[in-house]
Each structure stands twice: as structure tokens, then as C-alpha cells.
Design a binder for this molecule. Structure first.
Ligand code: GLU
Length: 475
């Protein structure tokens, strides 16, 4: 582990869709690793897939990083703004003989693969344009834009000690000459000199940005041998790699758009707290003893790259909801008030995120998984509720009705706080010889539209007096 070089990690999403949960998790690991070792964390946008990259997606990624609170020391760095650098490296490699131009047409490559399939061998580029001492190369065809290929070492073994998977080796016989640069598509804004492929740009960038540790999804394991060979060909120091297993959906299949994978920001809208998201994501592939609930600061303290899980974890919405509920209980009420006000605004209910809303959050947050559920509760303070008539009717006996009318009169004149309201309730109960539930349940149904709530004096005290009186008016 480059003990002399500082720790520098990065996350390098491609802006071809939203920041998905797997990438958010590797971003978290990369970030926490850098923070744990006092290093630096870089955000790089890998936008060389010009046809599929969008500005919308870049904004989504930046929003997600901001919401999660994964701050970066450098970036966002856009690959498409670094084309000149890739071209310069290509020139150096062509001159050094570690890369060469290949003029095969797509038809020729198809035919090559077809012939290999017929022979029952694994399809690969057969090296026909690869220069070798004494080897005649085909004549350069007219009108064909060449790609540039890497002259991958023909012999030897590529191995690395993966931070997650342990030791991995692959023979160079298994891998062919990777394309480093493709001609830019006709009419594309990209330089006429061509667009780098992922495997090439990622190596130049990780080298230039002095990345010491690369955490990424294990769908990239097959790319790593090429990348290692490229690092060697460039004389660049090798980062450590850690390939994290994919996240499975609750059906045991890979999380995908069709299988429950939604954007990170969708969880914000669904009322999750970023610290809960991070806590949950962290545990999907890493552990610290049997700690299930922790803060980001604790994670930074603990995350040293060990105890990363080798096998895939399963996305569990119920556990995420539980983790969120625990963080919700700990969350500051003024902060929750802002979040709930935003949730209510989504429903067209405009309320101030003031001390009263904060007090409401404090009273109800223990029974909620999300701020959406909190907003479900608090809506009754601001919009009319319908008392369920079928539940209410059998409870409204003459005695109860008389007590509620008496209570309404007392509430019209008493101090408007929990203690005074509690006192009014008690005296009505005593006077009308009723037990608390006989009064409290119809009272809740009338005021809140439901029979179960926190303690009724506390619930009432958070209403405007006028709302309470008007909801009791129909008695
Ligand atoms: N752009 C690649 C991706 O989004 C980055 C992979 C890597 O971290 O090297 O999968």
C-alpha cells in the first residue's frame, strides 16, 4: 500500500443516468477511506460516451453527492475537457511502440470473430495490425479512420491483491489488444483526433490525479488487468484496487432500473435522511463488528479498507426504513421541521418551518420511518380532516357528547398549553364520570381523523385553539 504517497481516492461516475445506489456506496467507501487517512477525494465525471452522457445526469450526480454530504477536494473534473492530454499520451505510446494504429473495419472485425466462433475459440482481436520485427503489415486502406490499440504484453501474468477480493491473477494470453482511442463520431463535438475509451482515460486520469486507491463495482474486475498493463506501459505507479460486489434486489437479482433501483435523490424525496442512507449503504458490503447504527463520523473513524464483504449484499427496504427511523429519532427537530415543511409543500400545504412545526416533529418522530410519514401525521394540523363517522358514531353516547361539549367550553377559555389542556380534560372526566379513553378516542377521531395518537393533551396543544374549537363545533 504506497505507504509514502498520500491517500487519494476518487469516484468516477458516467453521466449516462442517475447516480445509482451501487455507485453511491463506492463513493462512500472512497470518501470514507480518504477521510480516515487524512487524504483527498476527487470527483471525476467520465463523460466520454458522448452519445449517452447528458447534462441532466451530471446535475443529478452532483445533487446526489451534495445531498449525501460526500464533499470532494477536487472536481468535478470532466474527461471531455482533458482530450488534449489523452491525445498527448497516445502520441507518446505510439512513439514508444506500446500502442499502434489498427485499420480494421467493423465488417472485418465481425468476420474475424465469426471465423473464431466457427473454430470454437474465444473471440479476440488477432493482432493483424500489431507491429512486430520483420512482420509485414497490411496496406493502409483508403478512407478508414484507424483506432489506436494497446500493445498488451503477450506473455506473463497480471496479478493484484484486491482490497475486497484478495489475490487475483489472469494470464496475458486471455486478454487482447484493447482499443485506447476511437475516431470521433461524424459531426460530434469531440476532437477530430478521437475519443478515448473508458479503460484508457481511466488510467491516464488515475495516474494524473495521483489516485492511490480505487474502489469500484466488481463489474470492472475484467477491465483491471488491461488497466494494470497500461499503468506499467506508462511507467505510472499502480493504485490499489478494491472491487465491491454488486447489490442485489430483494428478489435476489441484480438491482436494476426495473428492479427497484431508483436514484439516490428519489430517497430524498421519499423522506429518507442522508445520514441514514449512508449508514445503510455502508453496511451493504462492510461491517464494523456488529454495529448496525452509526454516524458518518464513526464510519470515518472505523473505515480503513478492512472488513469489506466479498459476496453481494441484498437491498432490504424494510431494514433501510428501520435505519432511517433510528436516525429520525436522533435528528434535530428544527432540521426536521424544514424537511417536513418541504414534504408538506409537495402536497400543496404551505407551512412555516417554525418552532411549532419543530415541536410537532418532536412529538411524532418516534413513530415515523420517514419525513413523508411525519408529514402524513402533521397534515392534520393544517388541513381539514374527516372524522370517520362509522368509528365515531358508537362512541358518541349522550354522556360522552355532553362531556365533549363541556370540554369545548373549557378549551375556549383555558391557557393554551399542554398542562392547562390536560387539566381541562381531567376535570371534564371527573365531572362526567368518564374514563380517559371514553373521551380521548372520540376527541382524537374528531380532531385528527384517527383513534391512535400520542398523548391527547400534547396533541391538542399543538393545534391552534380555533381549529380545535371548530372541529368540536358539530357536536
Ligand atoms: N465510469 C465508470 C463507471 O461509472 C468508472 C469505473 C471506475 O471507477 O473505474 O462505472
Amino acid at each position: 500500500m504506497g505507504s509514502t504517497s498520500p491517500v487519494r481516492t476518487r469516484i468516477a461516475p458516467s453521466p449516462t443516468g442517475f447516480l445509482h445506489l451501487g455507485t453511491a456506496r463506492t463513493a462512500l467507501y472512497s470518501w470514507a477511506y480518504a477521510r480516515h487517512f487524512g487524504g483527498e477525494f476527487v470527483l471525476r465525471i467520465e463523460d466520454t460516451d458522448v452519445a449517452r452522457s447528458t447534462q441532466d445526469s451530471v446535475s443529478q450526480i452532483l445533487d446526489s453527492m451534495r445531498w449525501l454530504g460526500l464533499d470532494y477536494d477536487e472536481g468535478p473534473i470532466y474527461q471531455m475537457q482533458r482530450l488534449a492530454r489523452y491525445h498527448a499520451v497516445i502520441e507518446q505510446m505510439l512513439a514508444a511502440g506500446t500502442a499502434y494504429r489498427c485499420y480494421c473495419t467493423p465488417e472485418e472485425l465481425d468476420a474475424m470473430r465469426e471465423a473464431q466462433r466457427e473454430r470454437g475459440v474465444k473471440t479476440h482481436y488477432d493482432g493483424r495490425w500489431r507491429p512486430a520485427p520483420g512482420k509485414p503489415l497490411p496496406p493502409v486502406p483508403a478512407g478508414v479512420q484507424p483506432v489506436v490499440r494497446f500493445a498488451n504484453p503477450v506473455d506473463g501474468i497480471v496479478s493484484w491483491d484486491d482490497l475486497v477480493k484478495g489475490s487475483i491473477s489472469i494470464s496475458n494470453h486471455e486478454i487482447d489488444d484493447l482499443i485506447l482511442l476511437r475516431p470521433a463520431a461524424e459531426g460530434s463535438a469531440a476532437s477530430a483526433l478521437g475519443v478515448p475509451t473508458y479503460n484508457f482515460a481511466v488510467v491516464v486520469d488515475d495516474w494524473d490525479m495521483a489516485i492511490s486507491h480505487v474502489f469500484r463495482g466488481d463489474e470492472h474486475i475484467n477491465n483491471t488487468p488491461w488497466q494494470i498493463n497500461l499503468f506499467h506501459a506508462l511507467g505510472a505507479p499502480l493504485p490499489r484496487f478494491g472491487h465491491c460486489p454488486i447489490i442485489l434486489g430483494d428478489d435476489g437479482q441484480k438491482l436494476s432500473k426495473r428492479r427497484g433501483a431508483v436514484s439516490v435523490t428519489a430517497y430524498e424525496q421519499a423522506g429518507y435522511l442522508p445520514e441514514a442512507m449512508l449508514n445503510y449503504l455502508a453496511r451493504l458490503g462492510w461491517s464494523h463488528g456488529d454495529e448496525e447504527l452509526f454516524s458518518l463520523a464513526q464510519m470515518v473513524d472505523w473505515f480503513d479498507g478492512s472488513h469489506l464483504a466479498k459476496s453481494p449484499a441484498q437491498w432490504d427496504p424494510a431494514k433501510l426504513a428501520w435505519v432511517n427511523a433510528q436516525h429520525l429519532k436522533l435528528a434535530d427537530d428544527d432540521r426536521l421541521a424544514v424537511l417536513v415543511a418541504a414534504q408538506l409543500a409537495n402536497r400543496g400545504v404551505t407551512v412555516a418551518a417554525d418552532a411549532r412545526l419543530a415541536a410537532m416533529c418532536s412529538l411524532y418522530k418516534d413513530r415515523c420511518n420517514t419525513t413523508v410519514e411525519l408529514a402524513d401525521w402533521l397534515g392534520m394540523y393544517f388541513v381539514p380532516v374527516a372524522a370517520p363517522a362509522d368509528e365515531l358514531a358508537p362512541l358518541l353516547t349522550d354522556a360522552v357528547r355532553a362531556a365533549l361539549v363541556a370540554l369545548r367550553d373549557q378549551l375556549a377559555g383555558c391557557d393554551w398549553d399542554k398542562a392547562a389542556i390536560g387539566q381541562a380534560l381531567k376535570s371534564c372526566l371527573a365531572e362526567h364520570r368518564l374514563k380517559m379513553p371514553q373521551l380521548a378516542i372520540p376527541l382524537r377521531l374528531l380532531l385528527c381523523g384517527r383513534a391512535q395518537t400520542p398523548s391527547v393533551d400534547a396533541v391538542l396543544a399543538l393545534f391552534d385553539r380555533s381549529t380545535v374549537l371548530s372541529r368540536l363545533q358539530s357536536l
